[in-house]
Design a protein around this ligand. Structure first.
Ligand code: UD1
Ligand code: UDP
Length: 368
């Protein structure tokens, strides 16, 4: 059997790594088609190396561009390579333009397409990701929502139950696989001269936040105000989109916020698990902090991961400084003993089981 994977951005590499590895364990051959949406080393190759993945078989080198241009170029390239590979299934993950392009190209070729992390909805149509999610979920054949709640949202949209299987989120597989390694190999605390529990962590890269000067400035001001009350420094690994906007808007970052380059996965996990509090507008970071037991303050008006809020791990504050300070005050005392909503860390296995990639699909027989 052959499984193809289309991916293009940092979170897709991290969340598909456990599925690719599970294919290897089951002797399902894999072909990875990288769209090239992310191309900076710190968002791309560093994760293949650290997560011990073979370099992608194909890189379309599409790079940055307008949504239509980027997505269209991807569809053309992916179609060609899918025709050559003729896989039994095509995996896509999440809600990026790469995910959308993979789902469209696979679906048009009548290849079985499986969407990992299906069913998430923020109900905020200003987010490009929300539009992508809706199109992807209605185009694919197999939907793997992380939770029962997300599965219900798919059913409410009329998607037939026999295409939906709740599996948990593969981010739990990844965190469980690498958390211990991260603790033992990462020297980031020493490198940045930090003590566990005595600093905050920030990520902010969403287009609707950083592409708006006032909004981005408010977020930086609010996070700094919240951290200063505790005399905490804030570590902010700056995504390239945010870096471009800081320069374009000539925004000055408050002194207590220490900007650093995007971190590799082990260093980032180490900071997430030892931070006093995490401020973020990332989807994956809301999930990881919930899994790692670190309280999270989400710098958005809503979330497609409400399970984290119901668990008591996350609160949604938007971008106004007063709201950010109030959210931090509410979340900082939390001790992280909430129930984990995103599964047991075996999502990749459940997905491959559902597709019938079991022992009978082995191309090599086990040795006597
Ligand atoms: C994309 C996804 C977003 C996801 C994020 C993960 C879409 C619509 N957005 O957003 O859902 O949360 O990835 O990080 O698919 N750039 C670089 N180097 C790179 C990549 C980008 O410098 O390797 C810069 C370029 O200036 C580019 C900008 O970042 O214009 C934005 O990149 P793009 O891939 O369009 O969107 P992201 O903001 O990364
Ligand atoms: N991440 C990382 N280094 C960083 C920031 C984030 O390795 O400096 C990882 C993080 O652990 C998570 C993923 O990147 O698994 C989240 O990606 P991002 O925030 O770019 O995208 P989103 O999840 O919002 O789509």
């Amino acid at each position: 059997a052959t499984a193809a994977f289309v991916l293009g951005t940092r979170p897709e590499i991290i969340k598909l790594a456990p599925v690719i590895k599970e294919c290897d364990r089951r002797d399902v051959s894999t072909i990875v088609i990288h769209t090239g949406q992310h191309y900076s080393k710190s968002l791309d190759t560093v994760f293949f190396r650290q997560l011990d993945l073979a370099p992608p078989a194909v890189n379309l080198d599409v790079g940055s561009g307008s949504h239509g241009e980027q997505t269209g170029e991807m569809v053309i390239g992916i179609e060609q390579h899918l025709k050559d590979a003729d896989p039994d299934v095509l995996f896509v993950q999440g809600d990026t333009n790469s995910t959308l392009a993979g789902a469209l190209a696979g679906s048009k070729l009548d290849i079985e397409v499986a969407h990992i992390e299906a069913g998430l909805r923020s109900y905020d149509r200003d987010m490009p990701e929300e539009r992508n999610r809706i199109i992807i979920d209605h185009a694919v054949d197999h939907l793997y929502p992380p939770t029962g709640e997300t599965a219900n949202l798919l059913r409410e949209e009329g998607i037939s139950d026999n295409r939906i299987t709740v599996t948990g989120n593969t981010i739990v597989d990844a965190v469980m696989a690498y958390d211990d390694t991260s603790s033992s190999v990462s020297s980031i605390l020493a490198d940045l001269d930090l003590s566990p529990g005595e600093f905050d962590l920030l990520t902010a890269h969403r287009a609707e936040n950083v592409d708006d000067r006032d909004r981005f400035a408010n977020i930086l001001f609010g996070v700094a105000a919240a951290a200063t009350r505790r005399e905490n420094d804030v570590i902010y690994p700056v995504h390239p989109r945010a870096k471009d906007r800081l320069e374009e808007f000539d925004l000055s970052v408050p002194d207590c916020i220490r900007t650093v380059e995007p971190l590799d996965f082990f260093d980032f996990l180490r900071l997430e698990s030892t931070a006093s509090l995490v401020f973020t507008d990332s989807g994956g970071v809301q999930e990881e902090t919930c899994v790692l037991g670190t309280p999270c303050v989400t710098l958005r008006n809503g979330t497609e991961r409400p399970e984290t809020v119901f668990a008591g791990a996350n609160c949604i504050v938007g971008h106004r400084p007063d709201d950010i300070v109030a959210g931090a005050r509410q979340m900082r005392p939390k001790v992280g003993d909430w129930e984990l909503p995103f599964g047991d860390g075996n999502a990749s296995e459940y997905i491959l089981d559902d597709l019938g990639f079991d022992a009978s699909h082995r191309t090599r027989q086990p040795q006597e």
